[in-house]
Write a protein that binds this ligand. Structure first.
Ligand code: HEM
Length: 396
């Protein structure tokens, strides 16, 4: 059975995920004590089935994990109806397609200014890191602006988020656990004081909007407000950084795909963005717990048992995608489930799509000769799959 911590698996999980799909139905993983749904139909069904819920198991002792626990239990992602419906409807409007589409000029301005700096680095040192200079700061700045998180403290977001999301990997070490507790505490306290400021002096941002709802009392309490803001700040950049990074490396490694991007970056943007998210998914595994015995793809998940939806595997399912293991930036039929499915379908999908579709063509228009300088460094994690560093070179 798959060893999710084996460095060779983490480096390239796709051959073993293919073997898992070939078993034809979900299989029980003894080590993880959960079912694994690897085929597209099963992974999709896991996310859509009402008796499979996102049920957060609090960590103990509560005295140490308190903030980490409620930051999850009171967030949209880790709650189920009716609480989920209430929380999601409060932020839903802010992420509607029309409100998000209006952000395009701002996103392009941020992307251009980051590319100005990257070009300076390229001119002076001969290379730059696509993650540190472009893929990471872009979504961080966008989500921070949307929520009204102060510019001067933007640098705190990725380290806090990284410390928390490392807990989603299999068997987190004691060091990872203690970092996650610390980050949860600092992040919650920071957002709490921001919320107090915004109640006193409201701005045009989402934190101010939610703080006024909280003050009115009925729909949102203070913990839910903080948990929701922390979730949006984290989810609002973590997968976007890796979605861009994973896709761009795969494209830079394939001559034919790179040629397509160089020749007509704007013309293929929409299909390219979807293929980025399908081909090397930034998020690979989401768990659900059965609230009643539930049949999925020929097995029964007993009440109380867990099952994982393996999104990255589903996106390579050869029964759904032609040449599933090939990257094709012009792929038309692309029913990937990179943004999930069902009631927890990614609320930020329009924003993530906009960020990718604004930043990808600009990069190739301004730096058409971009190439990898060296083999990029992968992060040693499976659930959140991404690169640490992507050094690139390229003359004008
Ligand atoms: C490429 C980028 C992104 C990817 C691949 C992605 C993927 C996902 C997936 C797979 C889920 C569902 C998890 C589950 O079912 O358990 C999800 C949920 C969510 N995402 Fe994203 N996401 C991205 C960007 C964003 C952005 C930019 C935001 C900003 C607001 C965001 C906010 C959320 C929230 C709040 C949820 C929870 C929704 C709910 O539980 O109802 N995501 N995302």
């Amino acid at each position: 059975m798959i060893d999710f911590q084996d460095p060779a698996f983490v480096l390239d999980p796709y051959p073993q995920l293919k073997e898992l799909r070939q078993l034809g139905k979900p299989v029980w993983h003894e080590g993880l004590e959960m079912w694994l749904a690897a085929r597209h139909s099963d992974a999709n069904a896991v996310l859509r089935t009402k008796t499979l819920g996102r049920i957060f198991t609090p960590k103990s002792p509560e005295s140490e994990w308190g903030e980490f626990n409620w930051l999850h239990a009171d967030s949209i992602l880790d709650s189920e109806p009716p609480k989920h419906t209430r929380l999601r409807s409060l932020v839903g409007k802010a992420f509607s397609r029309s409100r998000i589409d209006a952000l395009r000029p701002d996103i392009e301005r941020i992307a251009n200014s980051l590319l100005d700096d990257a070009q300076l680095k390229l001119d002076s040192t001969g290379s730059f890191d696509l993650i540190a200079e472009y893929a990471e700061p872009l979504p961080v700045k966008v989500i921070a602006t949307l929520l009204g998180f102060p510019d001067k403290d933007e640098h705190l977001l990725r380290p806090w988020s990284q410390a928390i999301v490392k807990m989603y990997e299999v068997n987190p070490s004691l060091e990872v656990q203690s970092e996650a507790k610390r980050a949860a505490h600092e992040f919650a306290e920071y957002v709490r004081s921001l919320m107090t400021d915004r109640k006193a002096t409201p701005g045009e941002d989402l934190i101010s909007e939610l703080a006024s709802v909280e003050e009115a009392g009925e729909k949102l309490n203070a913990q839910e407000l903080i948990a929701t803001c922390v979730l949006l700040l984290n989810a609002g950049h973590e997968a976007s950084v890796n979605g861009f990074g994973n896709g761009i490396v795969a494209a830079l490694e394939r001559k034919d795909q790179l040629e397509l991007l160089r020749r007509d970056p704007r013309g293929i943007t929409n299909t390219a963005v979807e293929e980025f998210l399908r081909f090397d998914a930034p998020l690979h595994l989401f768990e659900r717990t059965a609230t009643a015995d539930t049949e999925i793809g020929g097995i029964t998940v007993l009440a109380g048992q867990k099952i994982a939806s393996l999104i990255g595997s589903a996106n390579r399912d050869e029964t759904i995608f032609n040449d599933a293991d090939e990257m094709d930036l012009t792929r038309e039929q692309n029913p990937h489930i990179g943004f999930g499915a069902g009631i927890h379908f990614c609320i930020g999908a329009p924003l993530a799509r906009l960020e990718l579709s604004a930043s990808l063509p600009l990069l190739f228009e301004r730096m058409p000769n971009l190439e990898l300088k060296s083999t990029p460094t992968r992060r040693p994690t499976f659930v959140l799959r991404g690169y640490e560093k992507i050094e690139v070179v390229g003359s004008k």
